[in-house]
Design a protein around this ligand. Sequence first.
Ligand code: FE
Length: 150
Amino acid sequence: MPSVSILRQILTTMSKSIDNEFSVQFTPDQWKEKLDQEQYRILREKGTERPFTGKYDLHFEKGVYSCAGCGSVLFTSGSKFDSGCGWPAFYQKADEGKIVEHVDRTFGMLRTEVLCGNCGGHLGHVFPDGPRPTGMRYCINSASLAFEGD
Ligand code: FE
């Protein structure tokens, strides 16, 4: 059995290599200055807002949705749809590379986590049960998004 300290080292190295993917880097204290409590909990601690409570769930104005952490454009209103699940849903990301996906095995489920490709902020999850043409459903927390109308 490897010792606890070796396991801890391996985990620290792994989480560092994941964090280093992202060009925008701030300390937890710096993020707390930029974000409100709910945004910090969701974006930086992988939280989830309660369903049907987010400000963009039933929001269908024309415009773009950016990362609330770093401002990178993530989705456009053209791919937003009402999934009925209680969170904003999109069937397509704005551009390749703007979003990264990680396997998420928490809570005994196998899901695909969606993160901002620029700052690593947690956005939500993507499921293969969306509408055409992609068949994907990006289920995103409102608190992770900032909308700007056309
Ligand atoms: Fe971001």
